[in-house]
Design a protein around this ligand. Structure first.
Ligand code: SAH
Length: 398
């Protein structure tokens, strides 16, 4: 790989030395020179003393990721092999649990390589590349993965922009045998239908595993549940498996109807008590208020950012309003499960949103539980932004 030496501005040197993994453009002296993505970056201080080694890959606001603090370490198959090995070791108990056969085995910078995640789905592996830069290492990383694990098949998603076009309409299959469609996996005993080669998303977001289990085991029994931004209905499935009296799943996307129906069916859940509505959530809230509908549990799990025909939704700007809509259709004593995967704000800010929403409606609440990323989504203490998931179970008192 091509190597480029970069001088780091003095005020940033300490941050990198202390373990901050994300290389920012603003920390680099002379950051306007052209460097190819996938180049190895040698970070030096102003006296040209070695600090760290990383690679150049453009991802959101990032310029690259740190890979090693050892000047002599080669970034090759052996390097990637070591990282993947320790990632597998850290998740050893997941591989022996027959009740859960879908989990993350490699979580980007949390496992030492920013820009790459690897998920496991019952014998199949899915690599997600978050920049062209990390994708340049594909053959070494693939070789390292094959050396470390045995697999039925390997798939990939390219989550980076190439010439203004996302590449996830490519064929995502790499090698081994192709997965059945759907591929059935288990999560805490429940079934999920997974599609490894059908667009950007595979059918389930693994980071909500503990939240789903909590809804099923502690909250759902005998309750009416409204699941907004429901996608394939994963929260509804777990509510129904926890003996909810009724679930209502609302999502704008037409595919959510057949996808959610399928998830209910493969779990032998009676469809008669499950309503699936294809509609804008904000219209549904208006309808529910007009009809005086009230729910025991309301799940809010919007995307960080979405643009529809009528409006744009940004979690940071609009979450307070979303909560206010939900509070009005939640029974007194009921639970709102408020979730966001927005990396733009902290749990503290999210708590402020909750307090603001209740204050503006002159309501009262109590926080019952909080969740962030589960164990397999390993994060670094030195990189709090990596722990993007925030979920709060709120009891509405008034
Ligand atoms: N809660 C889901 C994941 C949500 S993904 C789960 O646990 O699996 C975000 C979903 O929000 C997508 O399916 C998208 O179609 C939907 N969405 C985005 N804007 C929406 C809106 N205004 N109304 C309804 N659904 C919306």
């Amino acid at each position: 790989m091509h190597e480029t030496q970069l001088i780091i501005k003095p005020e940033f040197v300490d941050t990198y030395k202390k373990g901050y993994p994300l290389i920012s453009k603003e920390s680099i002296v002379n950051s306007n020179q052209h460097i190819d993505e996938g180049s190895i970056l040698i970070l030096l201080d102003e006296k040209k003393k070695f600090i760290l080694k990383g690679y150049h890959g453009v991802q959101n606001k990032g310029y690259g990721w740190v890979l090693s603090s050892n000047k002599d370490e080669k970034i090759d198959t052996t390097f990637f092999s070591k990282k993947i090995n320790s990632a597998i070791e850290y998740r050893k108990e997941f591989f022996t649990n027959n009740n859960t056969t879908a989990f993350r085995i490699f979580n980007g910078e949390g496992d030492g390589i920013g820009g790459l995640t690897i998920d496991y789905f019952n014998g199949y592996y899915l690599l997600t590349w978050y920049s062209l830069g990390i994708y340049e290492f594909k053959s070494e990383i693939l070789e390292a993965l094959k050396r470390t694990i045995s697999y039925k098949g390997i798939y990939q998603k390219k989550r980076f922009d190439s010439k203004g076009k996302y590449l996830n309409d490519d064929n995502d299959f790499i090698c081994g045998e192709e997965a059945p469609t759907p591929l059935l996996v288990k999560e805490n005993g429940a079934n999920f239908a997974i599609y490894l080669d059908d667009g950007a998303m595979v059918g389930v977001f693994l980071d909500q595993r503990d939240v789903r289990k909590t809804i099923r085991d502690k909250y759902a029994k005998g309750k009416t549940v409204l699941n907004t931004f429901s996608y394939t209905g994963a929260f509804s499935i777990f509510a129904a498996l926890g003996s909810s009296s009724k679930t209502t799943s609302v999502d704008l996307a037409k595919r959510s109807l057949p996808k959610t129906t399928e998830q209910f069916q493969i779990n032998n859940i009676n469809l008669k008590d499950q309503e699936i509505i294809v509609e804008d959530v904000f219209n549904y809230f208006k309808y529910a208020v007009k009809k005086n509908l009230l729910f025991d549990i309301v799940v809010l799990d919007p995307p960080s950012f979405a643009r529809s025909k009528k409006r744009t939704f940004s979690a940071f700007k609009d979450y307070v309003n979303l909560l206010k809509e939900a509070i009005q259709i939640t029974k007194k004593g009921g639970i709102i499960v408020a979730s966001t995967n927005s990396a733009n704000f902290s749990m503290m800010t999210f708590s402020d949103f909750i307090s603001k929403a209740f204050r503006e409606l002159k309501g009262k609440y109590e926080i019952k539980e909080r969740f962030s990323l589960p164990k397999d989504f390993k994060v670094l203490d030195k990189f709090k932004e990596g722990n993007y998931l925030k979920v709060v179970f709120i009891k509405k008192l008034k």
